[in-house]
Design a protein around this ligand. Structure first.
Ligand SMILES: [Zn+2]
Length: 270
C-alpha cells in the first residue's frame, strides 16, 4: 500500500533532528510521498535540504499566519528563490483569528500575495485556517486560484461550506487528531467531503493521535513533551477507513489518485 502524508513539518526540531531515521520508519509504514511545509524564512532552508536528501519529500514554502509578524523586508525575494531552487508547492499559508493578538489585515496581505503567486505559477497551495472560515471563503471567491486546486489542511470549518469550497477547487485533509472524542463535529464533516477531494495528513510533530493509536511514540528532546511521528500516517489512514466505512485498500488507492492530481507535478523530479 502506498501512503501519502498531505501535510507535515519534517524539518521541525521537536522531531529530534534525525530525519533519516524518521524517514526510514515512515517508508517502512508505506509512505511514498509527504508534503513538508515550511512556515517562515527561518525554516525554509531546512525544508529545501530535506527535499535534496529524500525523493519522498514534496517541499512546500510559505509564510504561516503565526509568523507573519516576524517577516523580513526581503521575505518575498527569499521565498521566490526557494521556489526557483526545487520543484515545490506553496504553504503553509493562511488566516488565523484564534491566535492571540492577531493582525488580520496583515495576515490577509501576506496570504493573498502568496495565493496569487501560487495561481500565477500554477503551484498547489496548502492553507491553514482557524476561526476565519467565512473570511477565507470570501477571499478565495475573489482571488485567482491555482488551476490544480488547493489544500485546506486539517479542515475544521463548517460542513455547510464544504461544497462551496470544493467548487473552488478545495481538497480537504484529515489529521489523526480528529480521532479524539471532542473532535466529533470535525470528524463528521469528513463524511461530506467529495470522494475525489479527500487527503490524509499527520501534521507531525503536531496533532497526535490518542495514545492507544499512537504506534510511534516520540518526544521532543528539549521539553520531553510528546510529539507526533510522521510514520503515524498509517494509523491516520486506518482511522479514516473506519470513519468512512471503506476498505483500507480502496481508500488508499483513492487518496493516491487525489494526491497525484493535486501535488503530482511538484513531486516529479526534473
Ligand atoms: Zn501545519
Amino acid at each position: 500500500m502506498h501512503l501519502y502524508d498531505a501535510h507535515n513539518h519534517l524539518q521541525d526540531p521537536r522531531l529530534g533532528g534525525n530525519p533519516a531515521e524518521l524517514m526510514a520508519t515512515a517508508i517502512k509504514e508505506g509512505v511514498v510521498k509527504m508534503v513538508v511545509n515550511g512556515s517562515c524564512e527561518e525554516d525554509w532552508p531546512a525544508v529545501a535540504a530535506l527535499a535534496r536528501q529524500f525523493p519522498q519529500v514534496v517541499p512546500s514554502f510559505g509564510y504561516h499566519p503565526w509568523y507573519v509578524k516576524e517577516r523580513s523586508p526581503e521575505w518575498k525575494e527569499v521565498l521566490l528563490n526557494h521556489l526557483d531552487e526545487v520543484p515545490s508547492a506553496i504553504g503553509e499559508i493562511g488566516l488565523d483569528r484564534w491566535l492571540k493578538d492577531h493582525d488580520l489585515p496583515d495576515q490577509e496581505e501576506v496570504f493573498l500575495w502568496q495565493l496569487r503567486l501560487a495561481a500565477e505559477r500554477g503551484l498547489p497551495v496548502s492553507i491553514h485556517c482557524l476561526q476565519a472560515w467565512g473570511r477565507l471563503l470570501e477571499l478565495l471567491q475573489a482571488a485567482p486560484l491555482p488551476r490544480q486546486g488547493f489544500l485546506l489542511h486539517s479542515y475544521g470549518g463548517p460542513q455547510e461550506m464544504v461544497s462551496s469550497l470544493a467548487k473552488l477547487g478545495a481538497y480537504f485533509s484529515i489529521p489523526g487528531y480528529f480521532v479524539h472524542e471532542r473532535k466529533s463535529r470535525q470528524r463528521e464533516t469528513f463524511r461530506h467531503v467529495p470522494p475525489d477531494r479527500l487527503l490524509i495528513e499527520t501534521d507531525a510533530p503536531d496533532q497526535s493521535l490518542p495514545e492507544e493509536r499512537n504506534r510511534h511514540p516520540l518526544h521532543d528532546p528539549v521539553t520531553n513533551k510528546p510529539v507526533n511521528h510522521p510514520a503515524n500516517i498509517r494509523a491516520v489512514y486506518e482511522f479514516t477507513a473506519e470513519l468512512l466505512a471503506e476498505p483500507l485498500e480502496s481508500l488508499s488507492a483513492r487518496v493516491e489518485e487525489n494526491f497525484q492530481r493535486l501535488f503530482g507535478r511538484t513531486s516529479s523530479r526534473t
